[in-house]
Design a protein around this ligand. Structure first.
Ligand code: NAI
Length: 252
């Protein structure tokens, strides 16, 4: 059977994705701070190294898919550590095993990647300088800009790497799903607060109707790492009820 590694597996999109994998009879290896196969803290370099070692042990080096759902949206600088480096360093650390397995990578971005971000934070993230990125994020006045900065930098990092010899040249597709609003513990409080909900609905329109379930995002992520995906790489797929196409119809 295929083995799929899922970060952020204890909750929300990650947990729903794990359930879908198991329902199909494949093997899911969850990575999170609690309640999963691989307990590790993706916010630190040491935690990421530990995660890579434990994942290689748990999978015997067979990684058919890596799906990175671990993330935070709490307006803290920790978003730099988890959303960006907790993804990129894990992908890089597992890439030899993914390549040897003929595996595939699927990242979780966000519609927020299209929203205003902080240039200094993005620059430090893309330079791979974790300390400088945390420092830059710490200076951001509008703290709501940190989250889009981490997600924008993440998709830029993906775009820079997907076509290179290490990824496409080695037969490893890497794509991202960019959700709009998803029903999960991350958004529960926002949706429950009528004022926050109104702000969110204005920023993220959903002409197709309604918020996504975590499983709907999981289905899209699973296709990206499925055996059937042999030709798509470097793409950002918006699964957002039509938000992105409504907000910027001329872009692609
Ligand atoms: P969630 O809060 O339900 O799940 C996130 C998981 O990441 C949690 O289980 C948490 O423990 C884990 N995590 C956080 N810090 C970690 C660390 N240091 N080490 C290991 N694991 C850690 O949130 P949800 O909604 O499932 O989000 C999953 C991904 O989807 C995130 O990257 C989020 O930014 C993204 N997203 C979510 C949207 C939404 O509306 N819920 C919209 C767009 C993107």
């Amino acid at each position: 059977s295929r083995k799929i590694v899922v970060t952020g597996a204890a909750s929300g999109i990650g947990a729903a994705t794990v359930a879908l994998i198991r329902a199909r009879g494949d093997v899911a290896i969850g990575v999170d701070l609690r309640d999963v196969e691989v307990i590790a803290d993706l916010s630190t370099p040491a935690g990421r190294s530990e995660a890579v070692a434990k994942i290689l042990e748990a999978t015997d080096g067979q990684i058919d898919g890596l799906i990175t759902c671990a993330g935070l949206s709490n307006n803290s600088t920790m978003q730099v550590n988890v959303n960006f480096f907790g993804t990129t360093e894990l992908v890089e650390g597992l890439l030899p095993a993914i390549t040897a397995s003929g595996g595939k990578v699927a990242l979780v971005a966000s519609i927020s990647a299209t929203q205003p971000s902080d240039a200094a934070t993005v620059e430090a993230l893309l330079a791979g300088d974790e300390e400088a990125a945390v420092e830059a994020a710490g200076k951001v006045e509008r703290v709501q800009a940190i989250y889009p900065s981490t997600k924008f930098a993440l998709v830029q990092w993906m775009r820079r790497n997907a076509g290179t010899p290490a990824f496409a040249g080695a037969g490893v597709p890497m794509n991202a799903i960019a959700p709009g609003v998803v029903l999960s513990p991350m958004t529960d409080a926002l949706i429950a607060d009528p004022k926050m909900k109104a702000i969110m609905d204005a920023a993220v329109p959903s002409p197709l109707g309604g918020y996504a379930s975590a499983a709907e995002i999981g289905q899209a992520l699973l296709w990206l790492v499925a055996a059937e995906n042999t030709k798509m790489t470097g793409q950002i797929i918006f699964v957002d009820s039509g938000a992105e196409v409504t907000l910027r119809p001329a872009d692609h």
